[in-house]
Design a protein around this ligand. Structure first.
Ligand code: FPP
Length: 252
């Protein structure tokens, strides 16, 4: 019997972008810049500069891995205890990042927000933050949140101070107040990655990490690659997330 050949229909046009495999909020504690530099006989500032380059590569890779929100810990409020020259250097680097990357973020559909205190920033950085946030406000491909002068405990404390004015008291409405305090929103973290070998949260997203999965890596932040990010996302995909319920297999 003669079989008619199967004719595969050609798609008329390739989709612009593959649909996201998942829709994740990934938060990263980008630790290890200083050790990366000193182990090479370089000043710590060279480590932060290399760290900023890593951030660029990771931000570019994130949407393709199904990440819709990426929060990077760029400067902790606790970092004010470091030598003033180092903190000033990091703030300068962040300013430089905003100036060079805003147009790229606009082109790539990245919405940029800063979470953390703004009152202790140099006023030029504060203005650059406001400009970058306004210019990228319509980005829908990735929400990039940079935590600068950020302390989760302080943010929760400020939200609690405001909460007494709220009439409908619930965990959700507290989250809304926290979101206002942070300005850059407050959404649950799915996956928290920390580079640099330490295994602690260091006052980062304490409220939002309630049900997060943690991946700790010994690699220092400047050595972290898009492939490492992909592996962490894959590892996350293998974890069973029940949020306190029973796993499906047992619950029946
Ligand atoms: C941690 O390394 C990094 C920081 C305290 C801040 C600098 C972060 C970046 C430059 C990455 C994000 C940058 C941009 C532009 C988004 P560490 O100094 O604590 O390292 P150590 O533990 O080895 O001393």
């Amino acid at each position: 019997m003669h079989m008619a050949p199967i004719v595969l229909q050609q798609p008329t046009a390739l989709p612009q972008e593959l649909p996201p495999r998942r829709s994740l909020h990934v938060a990263i504690i980008s630790d290890g810049n200083g050790r990366w530099a000193t182990s090479r006989g370089l000043p710590r500032s060279a480590g932060h500069r290399a760290g900023a380059q890593t951030a660029r590569r990771i931000i570019a890779a994130a949407p393709g891995l199904g990440i819709h929100t990426l929060t990077l810990f760029a400067l902790s409020s606790a970092n004010w205890k470091r030598p003033p020259a180092e903190v000033a250097g990091i703030l300068r680097l962040l300013h430089e990042y905003l100036l060079t990357e805003t147009s790229n973020c606009m082109a790539e559909g990245v919405r940029l927000s800063i979470i953390g205190r703004r009152d202790r920033m140099p006023s030029t950085l504060r203005d650059a933050v406001a400009d970058a946030e306004a210019a990228t406000a319509n980005g829908t491909r990735l929400h990039l949140r940079l935590a600068i002068d950020y302390s989760a405990r302080e943010a929760i404390f400020h939200a609690a101070c405001r909460f007494y004015k709220v009439t409908k008291l619930s965990s959700d409405t507290f989250g809304d107040v926290l979101s206002e305090v942070l300005r850059g929103g407050s959404t649950d973290v799915d996956l928290l990655i920390r580079t640099g070998g330490e295994q602690r949260l260091s006052d980062f997203l304490l409220w939002e990490c309630a049900f997060a999965e943690f991946v700790f890596l010994t690699k220092r932040w400047p050595d972290f690659t898009a492939a490492d990010l992909e592996s962490a996302v894959q590892e996350y995909g293998h974890r069973e997330r029940t949020r306190g319920a029973l796993p499906d297999a047992i619950a029946g």
